[in-house]
Design a protein around this ligand. Structure first.
Ligand SMILES: [Fe+2]
Length: 382
């Protein structure tokens, strides 16, 4: 048996994470995220080579020449804002925005600490909440969602959207007298697909995301004692299929941001993206490969501060009936094929800063025990 086959064998167990029996709302999709970075212009240069279009935000309230503030909005194709970069000393995820079924927003507005905005008809249009790790979570009504199309990029959209690459298979020629000539440019980013978060109080985070946003577990990875350590959560649109994961929660020794992933069209877009990013001198993370859970083709890159950003294509999709699979938490279960995962892809080094954080969390977080720390390190060490 190949080493990865064992890791791909489902654990014969009832899923330790299920759909929440009484979700407050059901989010339909992830819209955008806000990142804090010390240098928004540098972040924008990376994201432009990654495939997004950048705009400097303009503060109309200022009359002088310095109306352009420092933050950047980054747009995909079609031109919806997917990333906002704000200036600040930290390298951190600050905010996520979701679109949700309108009928759940009233319930969200009653949550402790919720900040709600009403539309002209008195219905709740937007609710801002804070998740257990401190991220601001904006939920906007799918029916009231403003058109976030950038005026600058709106006109480009039609000309810049090529048809999907028609691929010939060994026994089915789809292209005849039609040579493939791909432009050497960053791929079109279609949407922000998912964000992966590292969390100390895993159970609390799972409870919050499944109850508050109605997310459903797609696949679960467990430690050697059977306790869940990673869950892939997707949006619940009933009979309509949604991508395998929108939020990933990973049990960790400290709270943090693992990566964000952006959808591109196909394997050509993914591989041309790799060529362009490599030629422009950015640091590669891992890929190209095909994940096991979610089945996506993937390619990871590091932004100027070393944070992982993923291009992906060909994700699994599930309707609300799909039951989660339970798998062991191992490095081998990360991919079906591709280059070996680089040793530094999951950072398990015990640096002085991390040792200090782990010691502090061991004292203050009942969810973290020394046994858990060792289990996690063993599961993800090369
Ligand atoms: Fe991912």
């Amino acid at each position: 048996m190949h080493a990865s086959d064992a890791a791909e064998t489902p654990v014969n167990a009832e899923p330790p994470i299920r759909r929440h029996p009484e979700p407050l709302a059901r989010v339909r999709r992830l819209l955008s995220m806000t990142l804090e970075r010390p240098d928004p212009a540098r972040a924008a240069r990376f994201f432009e080579d990654f495939g997004l279009r950048s705009q400097t935000r303009v503060d109309e309230s200022r009359a002088d020449d310095s109306r352009a503030d420092d933050s950047r909005a980054l747009f995909g194709v079609p031109a919806h804002a997917l990333v906002e970069v704000i200036r600040g000393p930290a390298i951190a995820l600050r905010r996520l925005r979701f679109a949700a079924d309108p009928d759940g927003l009233g319930a969200l507005a009653t949550c402790a600490g919720a900040d709600a905005a009403l539309g002209s008809d008195g219905a709740v249009e937007r609710v801002s909440l804070v998740d257990p790790m401190g991220h601001v979570i904006d939920v906007v009504s799918a029916s009231a969602r403003r058109d976030e199309t950038s005026s600058e990029t709106r006109t480009e959209t039609r000309t810049e959207t090529p048809p999907p690459t028609d691929m010939s298979h060994a026994r089915a020629a789809r292209r005849v007298n039609a040579p493939l000539r791909l432009p050497a440019r960053p791929p079109a980013i279609r949407h922000l697909g998912h964000v992966a978060l590292e969390v100390v109080d895993f159970d609390r985070a799972v409870e919050w995301y499944t109850r508050t946003l109605g997310l459903l577990p797609s696949d679960i990875q467990v430690l050697d004692d059977g306790s869940p350590a990673l869950v892939f959560l997707r949006c619940d649109q009933g009979p309509l299929p949604t991508e395998h994961h929108t939020i990933v929660l990973a049990r960790s020794v400290e709270n943090g941001f693992s990566h964000a992933a952006f959808a591109v069209d196909d394997v050509d877009a993914l591989a041309m993206g790799q060529r362009v990013l490599r030629e422009r001198g950015w640091r590669h993370g891992w890929g190209i490969g095909r994940h096991l859970m979610g089945s996506q083709l993937f390619d990871y890159w590091r932004d100027p501060w070393g944070q992982l950003m993923e291009h992906y294509a060909d994700s699994d999709r599930h309707d609300a009936e799909h039951r989660p699979t339970v798998l062991p938490m191992t490095r081998e279960a990360m991919a079906q094929w591709g280059p070996p995962m680089p040793a530094d892809f999951v950072d398990t080094r015990l640096t002085p800063r991390r040792v200090a954080t782990v010691l502090r969390n061991l004292r203050s977080e009942p969810a973290l025990t020394l046994r858990r720390v060792l289990q996690l390190k063993r599961a993800m060490s090369p």
